[in-house]
Design a protein around this ligand. Structure first.
Ligand SMILES: Cc1cc2nc3c(=O)[nH]c(=O)nc-3n(C[C@H](O)[C@H](O)[C@H](O)COP(=O)(O)OP(=O)(O)OC[C@H]3O[C@@H](n4cnc5c(N)ncnc54)[C@H](O)[C@@H]3O)c2cc1C
Length: 400
């Protein structure tokens, strides 16, 4: 590399994107596509692994199913964005430096924080005795354990959508062990009565025993303990109850919410450090209907919006407020069945839902859609900027 080129690189505005999940990848590709050919800005994407983690399919990984090999450097090919493989160990938000694997330091001018979330393991015993779907490695550990389990009981703690998808997948893949799904709310609680009934019937057909209205207060090596002291024997415990963000942002001094997510302003900038944009599950983003919950459907638009905002600021313009409205909740029930609940922008259920094989195909199409979205975005950045804005649910008037 020539000295002149190095001098140019040093002077260029450096946008560092942390986390190559759905949100971080969307931010990096959108940014690189929009900045292509400019000498005054460059983009670097940092991620723990070179392989893209398909978080939406971690329940498949957990049941030993092989997924496509998706390489992050290949997904970035042609964009000009640099890829750095490494584990982010610290962010110094005042010095604008990110530490990678403790011994490397990357300076940034603008940071996009997209390190995602992980299972909340605060309940005693979860850290030591339960499996989670926090990362591909965690899911692989569970797959290894399930493959060695001839019979016995698998308890899935948490009756939210990740718990439902995991319980269904395990029961379909391994018919011998008992699968018990425990949680406070009944499975599919946020769906309309038809979708909820379908989901619950599918769990029953797969042999999943559901107990709702119960809370696990402790996980032991061979059981889980409920609030009233009852204990349920468990050979394997899968923990899907609640999520939190990594402690990195709080340690860096960024303003975070009670789950460790970076609190943003309307344009997705950290309220304490405006040169930091937060996207995806790592961000606490308020809309007219409340703080967005973590999804891929909302995470990708946050990444694209942050990228567009950064480009606007580089051009001396003001970033625009982010607006997003939910439109569906697709839930897989094993490999051949699913429910898709269509929703209003605030995520409340509409009357319309899809079930059965058609829903399974819809879910698969949604899960595989990021690759084509990113491919299009590389050639036509503007194509990434289409998502439901939420209408009156997110407009300044509707939000009042
Ligand atoms: C089983 C399951 C099924 C789901 N199904 C759906 C669904 O159908 N629809 C939907 O919309 N959402 C679904 N979700 C939620 C969805 O997966 C998340 O909302 C989405 O992945 C968030 O994207 P993200 O980019 O913010 O984070 P992630 O996808 O989690 O990406 C974060 C990235 O950061 C990396 N990283 C984290 N910490 C570090 C570090 N310190 N250093 C370096 N790299 C790091 C991670 O390795 C990862 O690559 C599902 C989740 C699960 C677990």
């Amino acid at each position: 590399m020539s000295t002149q080129h190095e001098a140019g690189m040093a002077a260029a505005h450096h946008v560092l994107v942390l986390g190559a999940g759905y949100a971080g990848m969307s931010a990096a590709i959108q940014l690189a596509a929009r900045l292509k050919g400019r000498e005054d800005a460059r983009v670097t994407l940092v991620n723990a692994q070179e392989r893209f983690t398909e978080r939406l399919r971690l329940h498949m990984t957990a049941t030993g199913q092989r997924l496509a090999e998706l390489s992050i450097p290949e997904l970035l090919e042609g964009t000009g964005a640099q890829f750095v493989r490494g584990w982010v160990t610290a962010v110094d938000a005042d010095a604008k430096i990110v530490r990678i694997d403790d011994d490397r330091a990357l300076h940034y001018d603008t940071l996009v924080y997209g390190l995602g979330g992980e299972a909340d393991t605060a309940v005693p015993g979860v850290e030591d005795h339960a499996y989670t779907l926090s990362s591909a490695q965690d899911a692989e550990l569970l797959a290894d354990r399930l493959a060695r389990l001839a019979n016995g009981t698998v308890v899935v703690g948490g009756s939210g959508l990740t718990g439902v998808e995991s319980a269904a997948e395990i029961a379909e893949r391994y018919p011998e062990p008992n699968v018990v799904l425990l949680g406070l709310r009944e499975p599919g609680a946020a769906m309309n009565p038809k979708a909820r009934a379908y989901l619950q019937a599918a769990l029953e057909r797969l042999g999943v025993k559901v107990r709702s209205g119960v809370e696990v207060v402790k996980v032991l090596p061979d059981a889980v303990e409920l609030t009233d002291g009852e204990s349920i024997a468990a050979d394997v415990v899968v923990w899907t109850s609640g999520t939190r963000a990594s402690s990195l942002a709080a340690t860096a001094g960024l303003t975070v919410d009670e789950r460790g997510r970076v609190v943003t302003d309307a344009a997705l900038r950290s309220v304490s450090h405006p040169e930091v944009y937060a996207v995806g599950d790592a961000a606490a983003i308020r809309q007219g209907y409340g703080v967005m919950h973590g999804t891929c459907q909302g995470g990708m638009p946050t990444g694209v919006h942050a990228a567009i905002s950064i480009v606007r600021v580089l051009k001396g313009k003001q970033p625009k407020p982010f607006r997003f409205g939910f439109y569906h909740t697709p839930v897989s029930l094993g490999r051949h069945d699913a429910v898709v609940q269509f929703t209003r922008p605030d995520d409340s259920p509409r009357r319309v839902c899809l079930t059965g094989r058609m829903a399974a195909r819809y879910k698969e199409m949604v899960t595989a859609s990021p690759w084509s979205t990113w491919g299009r975005m590389k050639k036509m950045p503007a194509s990434g900027a289409f998502w439901p804005r939420g209408g009156r649910f997110t407009s300044a008037r509707g939000a009042r």
